[in-house]
Write a protein of this length. Structure first.
Length: 131
């Protein structure tokens, strides 16, 4: 009986620690990408003539590369459908920026930020998500 209780406590501690680690990584990754997207949004919200296309292309490529590195690690514990939505929006945003269609890229950017915040909220450890 004593062994079972110790094993159960170890399992619960391992689950809680794993959840804390993944939640912190998710929050850090989402904030990093969201900050880059907010910067890109402010750059693209200017008049069409004032937009620096090289800077916008650099920023969107940085977001795409950051997402690629984060995606691999998050795929271990987050639903692939959620991650696929983000990747689809980032790819569409990248193609719109490269083709100079900035209004459409801002729309995809807003969708991406929304989905990233949804992922962060969905996987936070609280009583609402547990029950």
């Amino acid at each position: 009986m004593k062994k079972e209780i110790i094993i159960s406590i170890i399992i619960v501690i391992a689950i809680v620690m794993g959840n804390i680690i993944t939640q912190n990584y998710t929050a850090k990754s989402v904030n990093m990408i969201t900050d880059d997207l907010e910067q890109l949004k402010s750059d693209l919200s200017k008049n069409e003539n004032e937009i620096d296309s090289d800077k916008a292309t650099y920023t969107v490529n940085k977001v795409y590369n950051d997402w690629s590195s984060v995606h691999d690690k998050m795929a271990y514990y987050i639903e692939h459908d959620e991650l696929e939505k983000v990747e689809t929006n980032i790819t569409a945003m990248k193609s719109f920026v490269e083709s100079g269609e900035y209004a459409e890229s801002v729309s995809e950017l807003d969708k991406t930020i929304f989905i990233l915040k949804h992922i962060e909220d969905k996987y936070v450890f609280n009583l609402q998500n547990v029950f």
